[in-house]
Write a protein that binds this ligand. Structure first.
Ligand code: G6P
Length: 649
């Protein structure tokens, strides 16, 4: 056997167990020649070992994880010594139908729901995958970047492959490495794999265990009485347990009926205590609504109320119970960086305006995929805030690691306690949104906005850059926002009518200024995500620099125009659009007497402080997107090509 050439970087990671590093007869070609195919996968995985019928637990978990991927699904169930694999193209319901005819009795198994942009969506490519002798079966979330290299080398050794996936390569490689001890085999396996993975594995000859290993992709373990679980995300397991352990990068877990054992990447046994989640299982059910998205839109007043709990004292914000910052800490920050992706980024853009009003720091907001590669000057004088519903978004995690290395103080604003982001940063502020299942974020946007606003007000107070009067005014308004949100939701039938009227338009332009500009961005994003219509958002003042060329009577312009200091400017922009015969749909403040003559249709929001307009203006836009998608017959909770949690770059 020869040493693998050109792999010294991985040797230094300490992933090799024992005195010898893993040796396979591999001749590696230059990596650049092979890394031409990229498989982008964000999937849901679940594993169970206990006394219940594994098929039932796995299907239930897969339904709850379907937001992560939904083009094919499969399970592997151990029945006596045999591992039975069933897979089906389509949603989990298709697999469910298939399993009804199988009636598996086994009480341990693994399951997977897949989301792929490259690599065929076929039953053969669906997970679980096994090696040629069916000695191991595994499910995978992530990307093995060097799978072509490994595959070619295994082929040279006579291994034949049935699928085009990177995951089968892992199964074949593991079977080759395996010599009777699963943990050391997994440590050796990780020495060969580049990329990201959460793997859950059945080994045929180990009849009473399930194995897990992760790097870069999330995996949570759950313990019940006489049963153990694992899954990509907490909601999958809520019906069975509320006590969880997150597996960290490089760690390996062995699940048996009675125990969960964890090792680090060098094979040291770890002691890890579990954390309790007080989410209710009904939070991850539809609760009578036709879609999770509608249910979650309707939860937003509750989210605001919960976000304020224990964070207000009279009419002041007090976050000192959660953020152990001294005055000295806070006073040394001259810069605030806020970094996020997708909807979280738009929440950050809105909050940016409040931060710049109430603090004297230099504020910079960026998308994580850009921030991570920029040459920004962060350091100990920087508070770096990472906003992520899931706490698992790969770009946000990379951006956070970069900021942390620079010496910045890192704070996570996330919905998921103990997510990777929450565990890595110095400080955490949790949203109180409960699990969000609809792929299009709604209630977590509101939750993020709320938490970021509280933080801005808190910093403003501690730094004495925010007047007492203004703080009191804004806090009082936060307290009554839930009632105002509910009053908009009560008008949903009007918005539904509007959606019907415009559901056949092909292109929309969304406009706003000041803190309404990011609201326009979010409104356009919601519409494109779930209705597949083209919707472009612009700062209203920028319209004349390009998008005005698109306008004609077929292009509705959605204008976010609450009563604020920029109202007159936006009204002028409306005139510019009307002069091109574009129909105007306005999101306007109740009592606005001028808007009626300037817009074809109006979605009303209650009067509020101008800083608070985004909380209200976003609600009609969420409902509008929702109902347009419904009229167009789209798959609202699971829109095509999207995934809720983007755990790869
Ligand atoms: C995906 C989701 C979006 C979300 C974005 C950022 O694109 O579909 O809804 O806003 O990721 O996710 P995060 O969990 O980091 O907030």
């Amino acid at each position: 056997m020869e040493e693998v050439p050109g792999k010294t970087d991985r040797e230094s990671h300490g992933v090799i167990c024992g005195t010898k590093r893993p040796v396979l007869l591999f001749i590696f070609l230059p990596a650049m020649e092979r890394r031409c195919v990229s498989l982008l996968i964000m999937c849901g995985i679940v594993g169970y070992i206990g006394y219940r019928k594994a098929a039932d637990v796995l299907l239930d978990g897969l339904y709850r994880l379907e937001y992560r991927g939904y083009d094919s699904a499969g399970v592997a169930i151990r029945d006596l010594r045999e591992i039975q694999i069933e897979k089906e193209v389509g949603k989990v319901a298709e697999l469910d139908n298939l399993l009804k005819s199988r009636n598996f009795e086994g009480t341990q198994g693994i399951g997977h729901t897949r989301w792929a942009t490259h690599g065929g969506v076929t039953a053969v490519n669906a997970h679980p995958h096994c090696d040629s002798q069916s000695n191991v079966a595994l499910v995978h979330n992530g990307i093995i970047e060097n799978y072509l290299e490994i595959k070619e080398d295994l082929e040279k050794e006579g291994v034949t492959f049935n699928t085009q996936t990177d995951t089968e390569v892992v199964a074949q490689l593991l079977a080759k490495i395996y010599q009777g001890d699963a943990v050391s085999s997994l440590i050796r396996l990780s020495g060969f794999l580049e990329g990201s993975y959460a793997l859950v594995i059945l080994v045929r000859e180990i009849e009473d265990k399930i194995y897990c290993i992760r790097k870069g992709s999330p995996l949570v373990l759950g313990k019940g009485k006489k049963e153990s679980f694992c899954a990509s995300d907490v909601p999958a397991l809520l019906p069975y347990t509320k006590d969880f352990i997150y597996l960290n990068d490089g760690e390996i877990a062995e699940l048996s009926q009675d125990n969960i054992q964890i090792w680090d990447s060098s094979g040291q046994v770890l002691t890890r205590s579990s954390f309790h989640v007080d989410w209710d299982v009904s939070m991850s059910d539809k609760d009578g609504y036709p879609h999770f998205m509608l249910k979650e839109i309707n939860e937003q007043s509750r989210v605001i109320r919960d976000s304020l709990l224990e964070r207000l004292q009279d009419d002041s914000v007090d976050l000192s119970a959660e953020l152990k910052w001294s005055h000295e800490d806070i006073h040394k920050w001259k810069k605030i960086h806020i970094v996020a992706c997708g909807t979280s980024y738009y929440a950050a853009l809105i909050a940016e305006r409040l931060f710049e009003n109430v603090t004297e720091c230099d504020i910079r907001v960026d998308v994580a995929s850009e921030y991570r590669y920029r040459k920004l000057k962060s350091g100990p004088d920087t508070l770096a805030i990472f906003v992520s519903q899931s706490g698992e978004t790969a770009d946000t995690l990379a951006a956070e690691r970069k900021a942390r290395t620079s010496g910045a103080c890192c704070l996570a604003v996330t919905n998921v306690p103990n997510s990777t982001l929450a565990r890595e940063v110095d400080h955490v502020l949790l949203l109180k949104a409960g699990p969000e299942v609809g792929v299009a974020a709604t209630k977590t946007f509101t939750g993020q906005l709320c938490v970021l606003y509280l933080l801005a007000l808190y910093l403003g107070r501690v730094c004495e850059t925010l007047s007492k009067n203004k703080e009191n005014r804004l806090v009082q308004e936060l307290r009554i926002l839930p009632f105002k949100v509910d009053s908009i939701l009560e008008d949903h039938l009007l918005i539904r009518e509007l959606a019907e009227k415009y559901a056949n338009a092909r292109n929309f332009l969304f406009l706003g200024r000041g803190n309404s500009f990011p609201v326009a961005l979010e409104g356009a994003l919601k519409l494109k995500e779930i209705s597949y219509l083209h919707a472009e958002a612009y700062a209203a003042g920028e319209m004349k620099h390009g998008p005005i060329a698109l306008l004609d009577p077929e292009v509705p312009v959605v204008v976010v125009i609450p009563r604020d200091e920029l109202y007159d400017k936006v009204l002028s922009n409306i005139q510019e659009a009307r002069a091109r015969s574009a129909p105007i749909i306005a999101v306007a403040t109740s009592g606005d007497q001028y808007i009626g003559t300037n817009a074809e249709d109006i979605m009303w929001i209650p009067v509020t402080e101008q800083e608070m307009n985004p909380f209200l203006a976003v609600i009609p836009l969420q409902l509008f997107a929702y109902y347009v998608a419904r009229y167009r017959g789209c798959d609202i909770d699971q829109p095509r090509n999207l995934a809720k949690s983007v755990t790869v770059e």
